[in-house]
Design a protein around this ligand. Structure first.
Ligand code: B12
Length: 223
C-alpha cells in the first residue's frame, strides 16, 4: 500500500494526471494520479488514507516548493489538475461519509474583482489537504458569503482580491460577515494585500500563499 500511495504523492507533486498525459516528460508512459487512485480504491485502500498519505503529502510538497519559488504557476496548475482528477474518485466516498473531511472553507474573489487563478489555487490546495471547499467564484458580494456561511456553520472564510480598487470591498465584506455571523474566522490574500491591511480591516489571518492558509486551517481544525 505504501508504495502505491508514495507513487500517488509523486504524481501530485509533479503534476502527472494520467497515463496519456505527456507531462512531466520524465514520467511519460507511466500511470498517473487517475489510474493509481482507481487502483488503490480497487485494492481496498481506505479513501481517507489515500487522501492523507497519498494526495496530501504530494500537495504539501507542492505548496512548500511554490512558496520557495522552486516551481511556478504552470507546474502548480498541473499538480492541481492531477489532484482534482484523483479527487473525483474520492468524492463519492467523502459524500458517503467513508472519509472524514477536516472542516469547511468558503472562498471567493471579492465583489468587483474577476481574477480567479490565485483563488482557484488556494481552493484546490485546501481541498487537497482534506477540507470541503465551497467556491463562490468571482465578484462575490457580502450577502453571498453570509448565505454560504449560514449553509455551512463554523466554516472559515477566505477572501481574495487582486486589485487595489477592490481591497475596500474586502474590508466591507469582512465587516458585514462579522455583523451577520459573529466569530467567523476570515483569512485574506491576493497580491495587493498584506499583514498591515489584514490588521487594519480586522481580518484574522493573511497569507501570501496557499500553504499559509492550509497551516492556518490545520491549526484551527486540529481536533
Ligand atoms: C491574469 C491577470 C488578469 C486576467 C485574470 C484572469 C483570471 N481568470 O484570473 C484578466 C486579463 C482577466 C485581468 C483583468 C484585469 N486586470 Co489583471 N492581472 C492579471 C495578472 C497578470 C496575473 C494575476 C494572477 O493570476 N497571478 C497568479 C496568481 C497565482 O497569483 P495571485 O492571484 O496573487 O494569488 C496568489 C496569492 O496572492 C495568494 N492568494 C490569492 N488569493 C488568496 C486568497 C486567500 C484567502 C489567501 C490566503 C491567499 C490568496 O495565493 C495565490 C497563490 O500563491 C496580474 C499581474 C500580477 N503579476 O499579479 C494583473 C493585475 C492584477 N491586473 C490588473 C488590472 C489593472 C486588471 C484590469 C483592471 C485591467 C483592465 N484595464 O481591464 C482587469 C480587471 C478585471 C476585474 N474586474 O477584475 C493590475 C492591478 C493593479 C492594481 N494595483 O490594482 C495587475 C497587478 C497588473 C498590473 N501590474 O497592472 N487580469
Amino acid at each position: 500500500m505504501n508504495e502505491l500511495l508514495n507513487k500517488l504523492a509523486e504524481c501530485i507533486e509533479f503534476g502527472k494526471i494520467n497515463m496519456a498525459s505527456p507531462y512531466p516528460p520524465q514520467m511519460k508512459g507511466q500511470e498517473g494520479a487517475d489510474e493509481i487512485t482507481r487502483r488503490a480504491l480497487r485494492e481496498g485502500v481506505n479513501p481517507q488514507d489515500i487522501l492523507s498519505y497519498g494526495m496530501m503529502p504530494g500537495m504539501e510538497r507542492v505548496g512548500v516548493k511554490f512558496r520557495e519559488n522552486r516551481i511556478f504557476v504552470p507546474q502548480v496548475l498541473m499538480s492541481a489538475k492531477a489532484m482534482s482528477t484523483a479527487m473525483l474518485h474520492l468524492k463519492p466516498h467523502f459524500l458517503s461519509g467513508a472519509a472524514k473531511q477536516k472542516g469547511t472553507f468558503i472562498i471567493g474573489t471579492v465583489m468587483g474583482d474577476l481574477h480567479d487563478i490565485g483563488k482557484n489555487l488556494v481552493g484546490m490546495m485546501v481541498e487537497g489537504n482534506g477540507y470541503k471547499v465551497v467556491d463562490l467564484g468571482t465578484d462575490v458580494s457580502a450577502a453571498k458569503f453570509i448565505q454560504a456561511l449560514r449553509e455551512n456553520p463554523g466554516a472559515v472564510v477566505g477572501l481574495s482580491a487582486l486589485l487595489t480598487t477592490t481591497m475596500v470591498n474586502m474590508q466591507n465584506i469582512t465587516r458585514e460577515i462579522r455583523e451577520a455571523v459573529p466569530d467567523t474566522l476570515v483569512t485574506i490574500g491576493g497580491a495587493p494585500v498584506n499583514n498591515d491591511f489584514c490588521s487594519k480591516i480586522g481580518a484574522d489571518h493573511y497569507s501570501p500563499d496557499p500553504q499559509g492558509v492550509v497551516e492556518f486551517l490545520n491549526a484551527r481544525f486540529a481536533n
